[in-house]
Structures are given as C-alpha cells and as structure tokens.
Design a protein around this ligand. Structure first.
Ligand SMILES: *Cc1c(COP(=O)(O)O)cnc(C)c1O
Length: 767
C-alpha cells in the first residue's frame, strides 16, 4: 500500500509533516513517474501522430494522480499530516508549451486518446520559455520569459535524435518525452518534444523576450511564436516549423519500420493529424524523406502522403491563414521549396483555371492551407457552424473539388481536468446524485431528474459559493487582488483579440459604471473578471488591456461604485488560473463577433461547471444553445449570415452606431478627463479612434443588445430558484462536449487506428 510517510523517511529522513511542499512535490513526481513507467504503452499496427505547434497541458501532478487513481489516497494522506495537495501543487511550474485554445485542445485530445486506449502520441517542440509571462505595470502588458524547465521536471530525455538538414547547416535534435496517462486505463502514450542541445538563454536580453533572431543554433526553441514582424522573425518561424515536422516525420517513419512497415505501405502504419497549418511542411518533408532516404519514387511518395496526412482548420480569420514568401522557404530549406514548387506545378496543371486554389500565388507566396488540403486526405472544421462557413465561404473552392474530404469534428474538453480535478466538490456531489459512470461516458443527463428539487438546487449553489470563496482566496494570496466572494462572478478569459470583443464588455462596464453613478444600484454586487494575453505586436489588443486596467483602477477609486461593481484583470492567465476561474463563474462571456470564433472550448468548461452563458450564435455556442434550449442561454447579436454579408458588401459603418444617443457617451468616456487622468493618452486615443472610425470587428454593432441582455441576466440572477435550475440544465447537457466524444469521431471517421486500415487504401492506388 502507498505510504507517503515512509517514502518521505526514506527520501529525506523526515516525516511527511516535517517535509516542505517542495520536497513533497518531488516525492510525488517521482512516485507518479515510477508508476507511469510501469504501464505499457498503447499499441496497434497503425499509430497516430498529433503534430502541433502548441500543447497547453497545464500542471501535471493532480491530473496524473487522478488518472492513476491515486488522487484521493494522496490527498487523504497529505491531509493526515497537515498538508494540502493544492499547496504542494504550487511548487510545480506550469509548462509553457502553448498559447490558447488550439494548444489546450491538443492537450485535451492527448488525455482522451490515452483514455480511449488509442495508440497516438503528440509531437511538438520543447520551448524553453513559452510565449511569455504577462506582467502588468502602469496599466500596460509587460513581458518576461516564462521559465518552467527547472528541476524537478516531468520531462525524460530519450536517446532518440535526428539530423535536420537546413539549407545552410544541419542540426541534430534531442527528444524529450512526457508521459500521457489514460484515465484508469493502465496504459500510456507520450508527448514527444523535440529540442536542440545548443539552445541558450544567454542570448536573451536581460528582463526581456528579445534575442538575436539570426542565431538559429542558440535560439531555435527558446520561444513559442517569436516576433515575426521582420524578415528574420519570419525565417525563424520557418526554421522552427521545419525542425518540428522533420523530426516528427523521421520519428513516424522509423517507428513504422520498427513495427514492420516496408515504407510503401506506410499509410497502413501511420496517420498524421496536423493541428492547424503550422505543421504543414510535414507534407513536402515526408516526400523528401521517402524519396531520398527510402527507395520510393516521387509519384508514389505523393500518394503515400495523401493517404497519411489529415488537416484541422482552426480559423477563418484571413490574417491567420499562414502564407510564406517562397524566397523565405528557399532560404531556410531549399529542398523543401523545390518540392513545394513541384506540388504547385501539379496543381496548376490540374486546376489551371482556378488560381484561388494554387499552392504558390502570382506573388510567389506559398499558401500553407492549400498544401494541406490538396495533399492531405481529410480537412475538418471544429464546430458545426465553423465547418459550414468553411464549406460555403472561406474554403468553398476546395470543398467543390473534394466535398467528401470535408467533415466537422466539434471540439471537446477533458472532463478529468475541467471538472474532476478543478471542481472535486461538484464531482463528489454528482457522484452522489447520479453515480460515477459519467467519469467515463460523460453522460450527466441523470441530473435532470433534480431540475425542480429545491434542495439539490440549493446544494449546487452552495458548491458554487465554495468555488467563489476559493477563487477569492487564491487571487488575494497570489495576485493581491481582493474580490467579493458574494458578488456575481462574470468572466471573460481567453486570448485578447478584437474579434472576441473584450472591448465590448469593457464598454458595458463603462455603461454600468455610469448607470450606478446615476443611482441605479445592482441588487447583488457584480465582479467582472478578465484574463488573457495579447500578442506583443498586436497594438489594439494592448490598448484594450490598457483600457480595462485603467478602468479597473478608476472604479476601485470611486467610493460610490466600488462596492457594487468591480473590474479585475487576472495577470498571466494560464491553465492554473483557469482551473480556479471556470468553477467559480456565474456568467460565461462568449461574445465574439458571429462567424469569427471557430469553436471555443472555454464556453464548454464554463457550462460544465454550471455558469450561464451570454453568447452570440458563434462557434460551439450554437451547439450549446441547441442542447440547453434558448431559455437556458442568453443569446444576443447579429447572426453569422448577417455579419458575413456585411463584410462582403462593406456595409458596416461604426459612425452610425457611435452617433446613437445611448452609445456615444460610453465611447467618449474612454478619452474623458477621468480616464485620461489615470491612463495613457496614446493608448486611449488610439483605441477610441479605432472604435469610432474603423471597428473592424464591430464592437458597436451589438452593443445595445448586449447591454440589454446583460441587464436581463443580472435581473434573472435575483430569482435564484430559476437561475439554479438553468445552471443545473447546463451541467446536465454538457456531456456532448467531452473530448472523448470528439476523439471517437476522429478515430472512427479519420484515423481508423483500431481496424488497421487507412481511409483511402482502396481509393488511391499507383498505376
Ligand atoms: C480553454 C482555454 C483557452 C481557450 O479559451 P476560449 O474561450 O475557447 O478561447 C485558452 N486558454 C486557457 C488557459 C484555457 O484553459
């Protein structure tokens, strides 16, 4: 039997009680690693490689304990020695291997792939400092390297390494593995992270995230998404992408050969899912490897690759669809540029009259998504609406060419992390009410039986209050932010982007501030919480952060308002913060401009934890609304069709909305005397002018409706019986959003890992 006290004695010659949290963390990490390595790795003839530039995995200790079935036992033994697992967990540094939803999706998928017993590894890069650590100073976002690799670490260095031949030099990689444990599965997979031994933090300028972009040997895996505002930055991104995929492709081929592949039949052994366009160079790289390192002809190599690679599209924002100047690709990897040119010739011959599907356009720009769609066998969107928009608008010419290759795979989240680990109180309560089958089948509908049960509704409210108190305690202890745990907790946490419309919620806060000043006091105090990072080069996003931080201080300073309305910006939003915020929220803000959010997964985490959603009909919000019914979600705003039409006709004029009597004073407040006294004139004026004159993502178009629906929500909150019933229905219907469901769909319709056949074995043959 597990005896932590004894282990502590052996390891440190101390009792558990005498050990520090740091020591206990180390002890538990070793314990989990030992148990993990006892577990066999999932096996099957065909193996999945999920290649992604990001894996936003979050801390590993609690999740691994949970998946090993040790969580409760460890928590109990720690408690018996006066220790808390939550505090021990603070000794763990969160891995900085991701950025936002796309990376978090990859992490949830790894958990589900392992839990379903599928043979699939994640493949990515071992960034030493991630994106950046966000630090607020003078109401501005500042940057520091996000250090996470200090000992003790979950990473195990393997003896696997590959040569990656760039145009000017060849680099030798090192592979690190992270164990990925299935939930109560007894088997494991791995996250394979490639790195370079020569990378060095010495080239980073002290206290910044600036470094010599040309020193590839020392900078290659320092940061995720390094600044690409100049050519050297662009080149570095290509260096990173090629390094990632060359390693991934070499690993996949080597492992397939080990399992018995003769390379001609590689598609029976390997399927590669590329998470957005960042790994697209894997297509020409596989062709290069097959034709130069193995005896495969070019034509056969193209066919093999077409049977192996599947592509997930995550965005319809034109600026996010990756394109590289052919000259840049040539400079970094000339061999790959040559293969891309060959692929382009093939497409141009086949589709001479369709320039919008060509791989290289008339300006010599390479379109990565076009390579992925033409030379992969599957393209999927990530929510029903998103997939429809891809088919009807953004990727329409491709859908017309390959209609049978398009499909939808609505995103999901792992319930292990987002309810069982993050909300053990709700988990225990659900277990008591509906049993524990939902841990594996995610079916929570049994809860509906208690929809009208006042005692149950009250107990769910009590749990929400516990989670609010824990959030308040956490924010005070770690960020010196004091919030009222008895207030309505209203949360928007996600990357800062104009399309997500944080600026619209900030405008609502201004409205509410002015309304309270006018004497309309909310029945229950309101706390509005933001969290999220903005890309360093994204000026308007910086201005939005500045607006919120300045407004936060202004409200805090106002004795008339501060007890009724509070505005908080959580610093350095990451998975760890998220685990406190989702369970504590009453209100989930999913207010993107319709048609712009591909899916969202934050929306699912809130729903699962009983928050009510205020939403536009965008991304997976559409499916949430279908599941819970319109009475149990707060919908507002223009439809996706209307917005798409407005863009097509250039039909939006922000001045028209600005001039409305209700809106003008709110927007003008941004540059009013009070804000100017606290904030920075350049930031505030730029944002003000942008909203008034450009407003590309239409914050003003839905503002009046947004104000109305939010005020309705706060009114509804006062009828707690009704509110709690809606909350219960949201929890009960969240099962659809389990990532296990999503992964089953990927496996049944794209990967076919368990039946040993590749999708198109019979469709494409060499003749
Ligand atoms: C879920 C999650 C996201 C994605 O949030 P969206 O609202 O879907 O954009 C981003 N970051 C973290 C830390 C998350 O947990």
């Amino acid at each position: 039997m597990l005896n932590l006290n004894e282990i502590a004695k052996e390891k440190f010659n101390k009792t558990l009680e005498e050990s520090t949290n740091q020591e206990i963390y180390k002890l538990l990490l070793d314990l989990v690693q030992d148990k993990a390595k006892d577990q066999p790795i999932n096996e099957s003839k065909k193996k999945l490689y999920y290649v992604s530039a990001e894996f936003l995995i979050g801390k590993l200790l609690s999740n691994n304990l949970l998946n090993l079935g040790l969580y409760q036992e460890v928590e109990n033994q720690l408690a018996a020695s006066g220790k808390s697992l939550a505090e021990v967990e603070e000794a763990e540094q969160e891995p900085s291997l991701g950025n936002g939803g796309l990376g978090r999706l990859a992490a949830c998928f790894l958990d589900s792939i392992a839990t379903l017993g599928l043979n699939g590894d994640g493949v990515g890069l071992n960034y030493h400092f991630g994106l950046f650590k966000q630090i607020f100073k003078d109401h501005q976002q500042n940057y520091a390297p996000d250090e996470w690799l200090a000992e003790p670490t979950w990473l195990t260095k393997s003896d696997i390494s590959f040569e990656v031949p760039f145009g000017k030099f060849t680099l030798t990689s090192s592979l690190y593995d992270l164990e990925v444990l299935g939930f109560q599965q007894g088997k494991r997979n791995r996250l394979r992270l490639f790195d370079l031994d020569t990378v060095s933090s010495d080239i980073i300028e002290e206290g910044t995230i600036t470094f010599d972009k040309t020193n590839i040997e020392e900078n290659l895996t320092l940061f995720l998404y390094p600044d690409d505002s100049d050519r050297n930055g662009n080149l570095l991104r290509i260096y990173q992408q090629y390094f990632m995929v060359s390693n991934a492709a070499q690993l996949a081929i080597a492992e397939a050969i080990e399992r018995g592949s003769n390379v001609h039949d590689l598609a029976d052994y390997v399927v590669i899912q590329i998470n957005d366009t960042h790994p697209t160079f894997i297509i020409p790289e596989l062709i290069r490897l097959l034709t130069t390192q193995h005896v495969v002809s070019y034509d056969e190599a193209v066919i093999i690759v077409r049977n192996i690679v599947a592509f997930t599209n995550h965005t319809i924002l034109a600026e996010a669809l990756e394109k590289w100047p052919l000259d840049d690709v040539k400079e970094v990897v000339p061999e790959i540029a040559t293969i891309i040119e060959k692929l382009d010739v093939e497409i141009k011959e086949q589709f001479a009259d369709k320039p919008n599907v060509h791989v290289i356009d008339e300006n010599n720009i390479v379109h990565m998504a076009h390579i992925a769609i033409h030379f992969g066998f599957s393209t999927n969107g990530v929510a029903a609406l998103h997939t429809e928009i891809l088919k009807e608008t953004e990727l329409k010419p491709f859908y017309e060419l390959y209609p049978e290759e398009f499909s939808n795979k609505t995103n999901g989240i792992t319930f292990r992390r987002w309810i069982m680990a993050a909300n053990p109180e709700l988990t225990a309560y659900l277990d008591e009410k509906i049993g524990t089958d939902w841990h594996l089948d995610a079916d929570l509908t049994g809860l509906l039986e208690f929809q009208k049960d006042e005692k149950v509704l009250q107990e769910l409210k009590d749990i929400k209050n516990i989670k609010k108190a824990q959030l308040a305690e956490h924010l005070e202890r770690t960020q010196d932010i004091k919030i009222n745990p008895n207030s309505i907790i209203d949360v928007q946490i996600k990357r800062i982007h104009e399309y997500k419309r944080q600026q619209m919620l900030a405008l609502y806060v201004i409205y509410k501030y002015l309304d309270i000043k006018a004497g309309n006091i909310p029945a229950t105090p309101i706390t509005i919480i933001f969290g999220g990072k903005a890309a360093p080069a994204y000026t308007i996003a910086q201005d939005i952060i500045h607006l919120i931080l300045t407004l936060s201080e202004l409200i805090e300073n106002d004795a008339d308002v501060k007890d009724h309305l509070q505005l908080v910006f959580v610093e350095n939003y990451n998975v760890g913060e998220a685990e406190y915020l989702f369970p504590a929220a009453d209100i989930s803000e999913q207010i993107s401009l319709a048609s712009k959010e591909a899916s969202g997964t934050g929306n699912m985490k809130f729903m699962l934890n009983g928050a009510l959603t205020v939403a536009t009909l965008d991304g997976a919000n559409v499916e949430i609304a279908e599941l819970v019914g319109n009475d149990n979600i707060y919908l507002f705003g223009r439809s996706s069709d209307e917005i798409v039409h407005l863009y097509e006709t250039n039909g939006y004029n922000p001045q028209y909305y600005y001039n409305k009597r209700q809106i003008q004073p709110i927007v003008d407040f941004i540059v009013g005397d009070e804000m100017m006294a606290l904030g920075n004139e350049a930031n505030l004026t730029r944002l003000y002018n942008d909203i008034k004159n450009k407003d590309w993502f239409m914050a003003l178009i839905d503002l009046i409706e947004f104000i109305q629906i939010k005020d309705l929500m706060f009114e509804d909150y006062e009828d707690q019986a009704v509110w709690q019933e809606k909350s219960l229905i949201n929890i009960a219907k969240a099962g659809f959003f389990s990532a296990d469901r999503t992964i089953e769909e990927y496996n049944n319709e794209i990967w076919h890992l368990t039946d040993g056949s590749s999708k198109k074995d019979s469709d494409i043959t060499l003749n």
